[in-house]
Each structure stands twice: as structure tokens, then as C-alpha cells.
Write a protein that binds this ligand. Structure first.
Ligand SMILES: *Cc1c(COP(=O)(O)O)cnc(C)c1O
Length: 441
């Protein structure tokens, strides 16, 4: 790329772009790192530097960048149809994908409602759960229960069921009231049991991130807790909404996290990895029971009045179909087993770092929690330090997240771990001046 274009892009980014989850005061003081191309697990910036994509481009990439099969599927689809609406019409890839998703999803999920991102996938589940009880005459069942430290997205509906103060507190007066379960793990399960015993007649649904609470800093649930929550919600006639936006599509070692505990939720929310990390697409899967709760004569006005303009976009659905084909063709999940083991083995060494408080892992999701105050932004410092070793990471507060594409090789994974280790060791040594850092949360 010509030097002048490089300079322009850097200048225009600072002038024109407001970045998500970013303190722009710090951002504009630094040179923006602008990605221009990619291949496999590597990202390349406009200056020609190459980096391992250590967090799968914010947890979305599955089989690597420029994956030949997905590229080909998209090129084929673009020669046929770019977009056509699902309001009053159907389109080929969205039908085929719905059929496929139902085949691979936990039992009992029979209907697919499309949207564009994880936040909408969760809001749709909440609205459906709520309206189901309204439609079927159980009007008092209105409350939504969620876990503490929960994260379900950034639109106001999903912020309402969010429990991370740093992101959510400021909007408290804008959002709807919910019930937050106190505690973590089995304590939260016990609190759920008490709550349901006392108040299930007023509760519509429980929404959870199964097995791993990602944005909370990769908090891992004790085995069996999800299954117990399913038993309790079923017993007390409360819907279970499983937000698998982060955990879906192989991240935890199985296609869906619910499948580790043979759990069939009433709603399954999917986004992030659904297109292999190519295009925005989301799906909310639900049961025949829920679907039937919306079948009335039109004049009763019990239709699910909800739909996004780009719902069921054919290009995104074609990418998602290709993504699923690769899982089968390349046996992605069985080839992931030794990589998960390797990751677990190597993560142990991080306990040798002075700065490390705890290491958590579930499948191919890992978080390394650092000792320190949030305002010291140690996570951001580590990620900044990792860049000079050619690794892109993005922390969650004081937690360094490792979440590479499932396609990463053992050698690449080892390099990623070594670079992260070095970056943490360097950060542990106090330096006189650290300067402003690009990434934060
Ligand atoms: C990322 C995420 C979301 C939000 O998805 P967006 O596509 O960013 O709206 C919701 N739930 C979980 C568990 C997530 O990790």
C-alpha cells in the first residue's frame, strides 16, 4: 500500500471513526492498527505487519480467515442473490440453514428465527418467552431472571439482563426490571431453587450463558449446574434461554455447550461463530410448544411482531452453511480434542507468573486473570506488549483472553501461548512510564 494511503487511513480513522468499548481520548493519541488482509489465523495490517488472531476477531472466527470453502460459497451465492426479505418471502439459503441448525441443535428445538447479532438473538428469546405467557393466558408470568455478572449484549433489552456494572450501571434508569440471581455456581443454583419455589407464577424465563460466562472474564460453571438449572426451570414451568452466542459452534469442545450436560433449552441463541466469522447473522431457536403459543386467528393480534430488515440474509446464511459443512468435512471437533488438551497443559505454566491470580479454561475458551486493580489496566498492558511478538489479544478488564480460531495448529498455539507468557512477564516488571494504551474494557 502506498505510504500516503497508509497515512490517510490512520488520520481518517482518528478523525471519523468512534470505536466500540473504547476510550477515544486514549485511542486518538496512538497510531491505530489497521487490518487490511488475513489468511488462516494471521491478520496483516496496512504497514505489512503480521499477527496471530489470538481472540478470533472478537470470538467469531472458527476455521480461519479466507477459508477456501466459505470464500467459494460466498462467491457462488453473490452471483445469485445478495439480499431478499423474509417478511412475506423466503429465500433459499435461509431455508437450508434452518433445516441444518435444527439437525445439529439439542433435541426439541424445531423453529429458527433469524436476526443479525447476539444482542438481538437474546432479545428475541426474551420477547418470545414473555409474549408466549401473555398469548396463552398466564399474564402474571412476566419476570426475567438472569445470573450475576451476566452479559447478553449491548442493546437496551439485553443490557436489562446484563449484570456487569462497568458496562451496565449507567443505563439503569433506561432498562426494564429483572431479577438477578445472587452468587456464582452452586450458590446461584440454590438461590434459583428458592426463587422458583416462591415466585415461579410470576416468572417467564431464566436466561443463562451455559458453562462459561465469557464477558464476565471467562467464569466457568461447575459441572452439573446447567443441568440442575434445566431441571428446576422445567419443574416450575419457567423457560430456559441458553445464550450460546459465545459458546456455540465448537468453542467449548462440543458444537453447543448445552450438549455437555444433555440439556435442551427452550430457546437457543446463536450468533458470533455461526458464519465462521464472516458476516453478521444470528438465530434464535425454539420449540414447537413456544411456536404453537403464537398460532391464533390474526384478529387476536398475537403474532410475533418483530423482524429486522436484513433477517435471513442469503449471503450470511450461505457462509453459515459452508461453516457447518467444514465442521463435518474436516472433523473440526475431533481434531480440536488434542488442541484443548495441549492448551490445558500449557496454561498450567502461567501459574509461575507473579502477576497471575487464576487460569480458567473450558474447551477453546481461556482466561488468565491478573492480580491488580482494574484502573491499572494490566490486561490492556499485556495485550499491548503481546503485539510486538506478533499477537493480537483483547482483554476483559484484568483477564487476558485466549480464544484462537479452532483451526489453529499446535505450533501456532504454542507460539501464541509463549508470546502471551512473555507479555505477562514483562508487564509484571514495573516500568517508569507506560503511556496510554489502545485497548481497554
Ligand atoms: C458477544 C455476546 C453477545 C452479544 O452479541 P453481539 O453480536 O455483540 O450483539 C451476547 N451474548 C454473549 C454470551 C456474547 O458473548
Amino acid at each position: 500500500m502506498p505510504k500516503t494511503k497508509v497515512q490517510h487511513l490512520k488520520q481518517w480513522d482518528r478523525e471519523c471513526v468512534w470505536h466500540p468499548f473504547t476510550q477515544m481520548k486514549d485511542w486518538v493519541r496512538e497510531e491505530p492498527l489497521i487490518i487490511d488482509s488475513a489468511e488462516g489465523v494471521y491478520l496483516k495490517d496496512i504497514d505489512g505487519n503480521v499477527y496471530i488472531d489470538g481472540v478470533s476477531s472478537l470470538w467469531v472466527n472458527v476455521h480461519g480467515h479466507r477459508q477456501a470453502h466459505i470464500d467459494a460459497a460466498l462467491k457462488k451465492q453473490i452471483d445469485k442473490l445478495g439480499h431478499s426479505t423474509l417478511l412475506g418471502l423466503a429465500n433459499t439459503p435461509s431455508v437450508e440453514l434452518a433445516k441444518r441448525l435444527i439437525e445439529i441443535a439439542p433435541q426439541g428445538l424445531k423453529k429458527v428465527f433469524y436476526s443479525d447479532n447476539g444482542s438481538t438473538a437474546v432479545e428475541i428469546a426474551i420477547k418470545m418467552a414473555y409474549q408466549y405467557w401473555q398469548n396463552t393466558g398466564r399474564r402474571k408470568k412476566t419476570a426475567i431472571v438472569h445470573l450475576s455478572n451476566s452479559y447478553h449484549g449491548d442493546t437496551l433489552g439485553s443490557v436489562s439482563v446484563g449484570g456487569i456494572d462497568l458496562f451496565h450501571k449507567v443505563y439503569r434508569k433506561l432498562i426494564f426490571k429483572t431479577i438477578a440471581l445472587k452468587g456464582q455456581g452452586w450458590e446461584a443454583v440454590a438461590n434459583l431453587e428458592n426463587l422458583l419455589k416462591a415466585e415461579s407464577s410470576s416468572i417467564a424465563a431464566l436466561v443463562v450463558e451455559p458453562l462459561v460466562q465469557g464477558a464476565a472474564g471467562m467464569l466457568v460453571w461447575p459441572p452439573g449446574a446447567l443441568r440442575k438449572m434445566r431441571q428446576l426451570t422445567r419443574k416450575h414451568n419457567v423457560f430456559l434461554i441458553a445464550d450460546e452466542v459465545a459458546t456455540g459452534f465448537g468453542r467449548t469442545g462440543k458444537m453447543f455447550a448445552c450438549q455437555h450436560e444433555d440439556v435442551s433449552p427452550d430457546f437457543l441463541c446463536l450468533a458470533k461463530g455461526i458464519t465462521g466469522g464472516y458476516l453478521p447473522l444470528a438465530a434464535t431457536l425454539t420449540t414447537q410448544q413456544v411456536y404453537d403459543g403464537f398460532l391464533f386467528d390474526y384478529k387476536e393480534y398475537k403474532t410475533f411482531f418483530h423482524g429486522h430488515t436484513y433477517t435471513g440474509n442469503p449471503l450470511a446464511c450461505a457462509a453459515a452453511l459452508a461453516n457447518l459443512e467444514i465442521f463435518k468435512k474436516e472433523r473440526t471437533l475431533s481434531r480440536l480434542v488434542p488442541k484443548i488438551k495441549f492448551l490445558a497443559e500449557k496454561l498450567k505454566m502461567f501459574y509461575n507468573c507473579r502477576l497471575v491470580a487464576e487460569v480458567r479454561q473450558q474447551g477453546f475458551m481461556a482466561g488468565i486473570e491478573l492480580k491488580g486493580r482494574l484502573e491499572d489496566r494490566l490486561g490492556a498492558q499485556v495485550c499491548q506488549a503481546a503485539r510486538k511478538y506478533g499477537v493480537i489479544l483483547r482483554p476483559l478488564g484484568n483477564v487476558v483472553v485466549l480464544m484462537p480460531p479452532l483451526s489453529i495448529s499446535l505450533e501456532e498455539l504454542e507460539y501464541l501461548l509463549m508470546a502471551t507468557y512473555r507479555a505477562i512477564e514483562e508487564t509484571a516488571v514495573p516500568r517508569p512510564f507506560l503511556g496510554p494504551f489502545l485497548s481497554e474494557i
